[in-house]
Design a protein around this ligand. Structure first.
Ligand SMILES: [Zn+2]
Length: 163
């Protein structure tokens, strides 16, 4: 049995963003930033052109996703503990102890519970799945996304679409 995987992990597949994580009993980290890096893998059959997926296209699709997060504050819309109010001009985030008011254009609103590397990887993998499915007409057999919060520290999600 042969198994093929293509992986992209270019330096430009990254984003600089601000966030804070909410821990257990509603403890919020201080607002800070990371130079995130993203790598992605597709495991699938070889197509008639002897490729799993074209590298150029794979990089372009992933870069579109990472660019959408670059130079933004990452806002978790589905937080159990944070209040998030969005207007045309601002995003107001509240916790039991703090309040943050950020220009709307400086934020990216993400349908996730917390801006951990794990859930950022899930969001990226969801976006990537949607775009790959549109391209391939089906989901790849296995998709892996790795989000590095900093060098040597990453979270990986694997989506399997096996029959
Ligand atoms: Zn952080």
């Amino acid at each position: 049995m042969q198994k093929y995987t293509v992986r992209v992990s270019k330096d430009y597949l990254g984003f600089c963003a601000a966030h804070f994580i909410v821990f257990g009993n509603n403890v919020c980290e201080r607002l800070h930033g990371h130079n995130y890096q993203v790598a992605a893998e597709i495991e699938d059959d070889l197509k008639s052109d002897h490729l799993v997926f074209d590298f150029i296209e794979f990089k372009q699709i992933l870069q579109g996703i990472t660019d959408s997060l670059d130079h933004r504050m990452l806002i978790p819309l589905n937080s159990d503990t944070l209040g998030v109010e969005v207007t045309d001009e601002t995003v107001r985030i509240t916790s039991d102890e703090k309040e943050w008011i950020i220009p709307r254009d400086d934020c990216v609103l993400l349908p996730i519970e917390n801006t951990t590397a794990e859930l950022l990887a899930r969001w990226v993998s969801d976006e990537l799945s949607e775009k790959l499915e549109a391209k391939l007409g089906q989901l790849p057999r296995v998709l892996r996304v790795e989000v590095f919060e900093s060098p040597g520290q990453s979270a990986i999600i694997e989506l399997r679409n096996e029959a």
